[in-house]
Design a protein around this ligand. Structure first.
Ligand code: ADP
Ligand code: MG
Length: 393
């Protein structure tokens, strides 16, 4: 948080009025299932986007980010997408959504600082949207209803309820879908808002419900960054989603959530080969999340870990959202006796792997994988142990 405050003071020459932060997330199991109305398990982790903000009187927004050189500046009556400062489109898109929901706000200055790797699969984009939404809520209090409508309220804003968190997650998703142009699901925004320390967030994207289950205490969450940066905007992500939707249409259902592994095989003849491979991944993931939840509840870590490895293999072989570096990382993880499971996490095409590792083995695991990764690819590996934390506030 201090970095955001310092950046604010340096650039704007005064102190911020408020600070907020929103965590990144690690997708534990359930890849690309969210926009297929499916099931997913996630963890909010101790990597944050922090915002230091202050109101200003002139209906202008000025944003700076420690990740970018140029500030972004725009008037509230001109919330058009700006190709020159794409990173500012997240906050801008969010403001458009709030306004459409009936929320009133004035101008503000904001400094952004992040410890969520950018484009690393831990969802910096959602952390940026959620922190922007909460920053506005602190400066210009509002409440969102479960039906999505909003209204401005007297200061201070009341504590957020879970239905309001869900409504806010949807507003963030709408900003990313409609303004930024990434057709992502709700996983990232829900995770950043609904995280709980030491708990797995279990999300049902059909019923839009969330519950929590403890993550076994003697495990560490090790994230290994491949060094390959993905670019989701306008990219392969939207194409994968289109294949999933096309498969669902051919099978006569609203979403792949409604397709069992048996029904998929029975309907295979109606699908193009690519649609089938994509559907196979999603249907398999929903099944693994369900069975994985049972395994976790029984503290059957070996079985749970096998679901993680199977999830990665399905990304690699069917969905094609892995890359050679991620495959190497998972292969190397599997060699280490302390690792119970590993898989790519997030959209894919680069970014990071998630590794569940026995706590006593975490150090040796990280040393092993760093050395072996460099030997195999010539690239230095960045890895870190993540704590599972509370959601944004
Ligand atoms: P991911 O969400 O997996 O990290 P995305 O491509 O969805 O990757 O989002 C990354 C984008 O989010 C960046 O290209 C940038 O536009 C925005 N962003 C992330 N971190 C920051 C930051 N610290 N400051 C400004 N914009 C950021
Ligand atoms: Mg993202």
């Amino acid at each position: 948080m201090n970095d955001a405050i310092q950046a604010f003071e340096r650039h704007f020459g005064s102190s911020p009025a408020q600070t907020v932060r929103a965590p990144g997330r690690v997708e534990l199991l359930g890849n690309h299932t969210d926009y297929n109305q499916g099931l997913v398990m996630a963890l909010a982790v101790d990597r944050y986007i922090s915002l230091a903000v202050a109101p200003r009187p002139d209906d202008t927004v000025e944003l700076i980010s420690t990740a970018y050189e140029e500030p972004a500046r725009f008037a509230l009556d001109d919330l058009a997408k700006d190709p020159a400062a794409p990173w500012a489109n997240y906050t801008k898109g969010l403001l458009v959504q709030l306004r459409e929901r009936g929320v009133r706000f004035g101008g503000f200055n904001a400094a952004i600082h992040s410890t969520v790797p950018l484009g690393g699969g831990l969802s910096s984009s959602a952390a940026l949207l959620v922190s922007s939404a909460l920053a506005v809520r602190k400066l210009y209090p509002y409440v969102l209803q479960a039906d999505g409508s909003g209204e401005s309220v007297e200061s201070p804003a009341p504590p957020m309820t879970d239905p309001e968190r869900m409504a806010l997650a949807k507003a963030c998703q709408a900003a990313e879908n409609r303004f930024v142009g990434v057709n992502c699901g709700l996983l990232d925004h829900i995770s950043s808002l609904f995280g709980r320390a030491h708990q797995v967030i279990r999300i049902d994207c059909l019923h839009l419900t969330v519950d929590w289950a403890p993550l076994p205490a003697d495990l560490e969450v090790v994230v290994c960054h491949s060094g390959v940066r993905h670019a989701l905007v306008g990219g392969e992500y939207n194409q994968l989603r289109a294949h999933c939707e096309s498969a669902a249409r051919s099978l006569g259902v609203e979403a792949l959530r409604f397709v069992s592994p048996e029904a998929l095989e029975a309907g295979r003849g109606r699908l193009s080969e690519r649609d089938y491979q994509c559907a196979r991944h999603i249907v398999g993931e929903n099944d693994r999340v369900q069975r994985g939840a049972t395994a976790l509840e029984a503290n059957d870590l070996a079985t749970f870990g096998e679901f993680l490895f199977a999830s990665h293999a399905s990304s690699r072989d069917h969905f094609h959202n892995s890359c050679p570096e991620l495959d190497v990382l998972v292969e190397l993880a599997r060699e280490h006796p302390g690792c119970i499971g590993a898989r790519l996490t997030g959209g894919g095409f680069g970014g990071a792997t998630l590794n569940l590792v026995h706590a006593t083995e975490a150090r040796s695991f990280r040393e092993h994988i760093a050395m072996a990764y460099e030997a195999r690819t010539g690239q230095r590996l960045e890895s870190w142990i993540c704590q599972v934390v509370d959601g944004a506030a």
